[in-house]
Design a protein around this ligand. Structure first.
Ligand SMILES: [Zn+2]
Length: 314
């Protein structure tokens, strides 16, 4: 999930909630419509970010592809409805099939492609908590609306999981998977390609709006801030940074994002400590100056409030 999609969803949700009552759980087709996604006409665009390393933009989270002498490794796999176009784009880049897929987390727009690639024998890898979330039905609370992500069959579940860190050695470089604790979800992985100096951040870092904190499923604002800090320490000013959503970026953009999150966190926490409730915080527009570059904060304020109030209030 990313923030810009969610803004659309919230608007749609306000409309829908009055029509259908509460709670409003979107069906898959409704979710596509709410996000403005049309899987039948969607196209994949490709950006080469290093020799043999590409970002594929389609529907959902950004895909990072490593294509080389040992085969093909993807980070995230979008949705099965557009797999034919993902495969066609990979084939044009010289890929013959897919060997490994790392899921940055379990959300449908990053991992539903497992439903198609898994049964074909692709080795799926994720954080252990993400695999656990995939084994059961999940309701993703998008505030005002929700999406039910159904449990994956065993063939679509990761066969390799990790808790804190793990390494792969593929296509001439070491790949570090790093998890520092609950952040966007409870199962986020940053994937760092050490040779080509690239990191895929999943939805811990997005450039399409304020981040979504999946607090109902254990996501945590302070954890997200800590996660970003930890990865900043792992990379340098030349690192190519792939956000979960949005254009290919760099470390400086991550620093700016971290600063805005820390400013917002301090302001919301202060208001909570002073006794403000969610309505009062939203009415006070505590991030209005930051919203000019981050976008609408309605969803973020709601999730941040619920995430922070447990730690701020005694
Ligand atoms: Zn997500």
């Amino acid at each position: 999930m990313n923030a810009r999609s969610i803004i659309v969803t919230v608007l749609f949700g306000l409309l829908a909630a009055t029509t259908w009552g509460h709670p409003n759980v979107l069906e898959r087709q409704q979710m596509f419509e709410a996000f403005g996604w049309d899987p039948e006409t969607a196209e994949i665009t490709v950006e080469e970010i290093a020799p043999g390393r590409y970002v594929l933009f389609g529907i959902g989270g950004n895909i990072l592809a490593s294509i080389g002498e040992q085969g093909v490794l993807l980070v995230d796999d979008q949705i099965p409805e557009i797999r034919d176009r993902i495969d066609a784009a990979l084939a044009e880049l010289g890929a013959e099939g897919v060997d490994f897929i790392i899921n940055t987390h379990w959300h449908f727009d990053h991992a539903d492609g497992n439903l198609s690639y898994g049964p074909d024998g692709v080795w799926l890898i994720s954080h252990s908590a993400s695999r656990q979330m995939m084994t059961e039905d999940q309701i993703i609370n998008l505030v005002g609306v929700a999406y039910k992500q159904e449990a994956y069959p065993v063939e679509a579940l990761p066969v390799i999981t990790f808790d804190d860190r793990m390494q792969l050695h593929f296509n001439g470089e070491r790949i570090d998977l790093v998890h520092t604790g609950p952040a966007h979800t409870t199962g986020d992985a940053a994937v760092i390609f050490r040779g080509q100096n690239i990191v895929h951040m999943g939805d811990v870092f997005v450039l399409t709006g304020w981040p979504f904190i999946d607090h109902d499923s254990g996501g945590d604002l302070d954890g997200l801030i800590a996660f970003v800090r930890a990865i900043l320490d792992e990379i340098d000013n030349d690192t190519i940074v792939v956000p979960g959503h949005g254009p290919v970026s760099d470390r400086a953009a991550m620093v700016s994002y971290l600063e805005d999150l820390e400013r917002a966190r301090a302001r919301i926490a202060r208001m909570i400590a002073e006794g403000a409730d969610l309505e009062e915080i939203i009415a006070a527009e505590p991030t209005s100056d930051l919203d000019e570059r981050r976008g609408d904060s309605a969803m973020f304020l709601d999730r941040a409030y619920h995430s922070l109030k447990e730690s701020v209030l005694p």
